[in-house]
Design a binder for this molecule. Structure first.
Ligand SMILES: C[S@@+](CC[C@H](N)C(=O)[O-])C[C@H]1O[C@@H](n2cnc3c(N)ncnc32)[C@H](O)[C@@H]1O
Length: 306
């Protein structure tokens, strides 16, 4: 059976209306094969677009559910997922059993894999391990899950936050009975989808000194203040900035599926990358918008959808 549609071009791209008397299922399948969105799909995607100025986009949505981002479209993912260390988020429980946390991890890493281009890369900021409520090898477990999905391993960067906080938990003090050994560092796991070498030429904006310093996989810079930013777990702009300059070309598309206070998009704005952020909590979307405005995102072009 033939499939008939009316295609019209608008500012937002092509809109497709299905003819009423046609086999809808067959038509949608055909459109999907051609990478064309139906009118309904376009509207669904637009609905969750919370903020868009130029090349910066924020979706207020559950990353696991969003259909706003096209498969095979992302050059670089920079993110720090919920750590499952009982941080008080409003829309998300950060204190689930560890095996459930790993199931959640598998789901979002699988989705990231589908959204990435063949030479797409992933920079994943997580704790090296978990010490409270039972020791867990977080970095090793997440790396293993990512590899089982298809992600290929490139490196692990140690981020020494230089937090000079006073140790209180020693386990058995001055005794070999049961001492606690704690590494006050986080990591950035660097992976890629199918091939490490970029298939196309692009413009890099990293300086000689930055390249030499940042390719040494021990990074020393301070963490970000929760109270200053107004989010329980922000990373400093320095973290996505380094990942973006080191691992993507100018103009590439960068995704943060757990946007939080918008730090990755600030780095995208400053480094001239297309930035897409997804955040489940509207309050943090607003915080991200506020921070982007403070960093000079063009006021007159501002479109806030809701
Ligand atoms: C570790 S924080 C990210 C902090 C961020 N890097 C920053 O600098 O502010 C994780 C964020 O993921 C959000 N989140 C949790 N589950 C989510 C989901 N399913 N989809 C989208 N965002 C989610 C939380 O609300 C939280 O803001």
């Amino acid at each position: 059976m033939g499939s008939w549609v009316k295609i019209s071009k608008t500012e937002n791209g092509f809109y497709v209306n299905l003819a009423e008397d046609q086999d809808k299922g067959a038509t949608i399948k055909l459109l999907e094969e051609k990478g064309i969105l139906t009118n309904e799909e376009q509207e669904m995607r637009m609905k969750k677009l919370y903020f868009n100025v130029g090349s910066i986009h924020i979706y207020n949505d559950d990353f696991l559910k969003t259909n706003a981002i096209e498969d095979n479209s992302i050059d670089l993912i920079v993110t720090s997922p919920p750590y499952n260390v009982d941080v008080q988020y409003e829309n998300y429980s950060d204190d689930i059993p560890y095996d459930e946390y790993l199931v959640f991890t598998r789901k979002w890493l699988t989705k990231c894999y589908s959204l990435s281009k063949k030479d797409g890369r992933l920079c994943l900021n997580v704790p090296l391990d978990k010490n409270k409520g039972g020791q867990q090898s977080v970095c090793a477990d997440i790396t293993t899950i990512a590899k089982s999905i298809g992600w290929k391993y490139h490196a692990t960067i140690i981020w020494n936050e230089q937090n000079i906080s006073r140790r209180t938990a020693w386990g058995s003090w001055l005794s070999a009975s049961a001492p606690f050994v704690i590494a006050p560092v986080e990591v950035i796991i660097v992976m890629y989808k199918k091939r490490w070498k970029k298939s196309r030429k692009g413009k890099s904006d990293i300086t000689r000194d930055e390249f030499i310093e940042w390719t040494n996989a021990v990074w020393n810079f301070s963490g970000e203040s929760k109270s200053k930013i107004g989010h329980p777990t922000p990373f400093p702009v320095e973290l996505p900035k380094r990942c973006i300059k080191l691992f993507s070309f100018v103009g590439d598309t960068v995704l943060d599926p757990f946007l939080g206070s918008g730090t990755t998009l600030i780095a995208c704005l400053e480094m001239n990358r297309v930035g897409i952020g997804v955040e489940i909590d509207k309050k943090y979307c607003d915080l991200a918008i506020k921070r982007l405005k403070e960093r000079g995102i063009t006021q007159k072009k501002l479109i806030k959808m809701f």
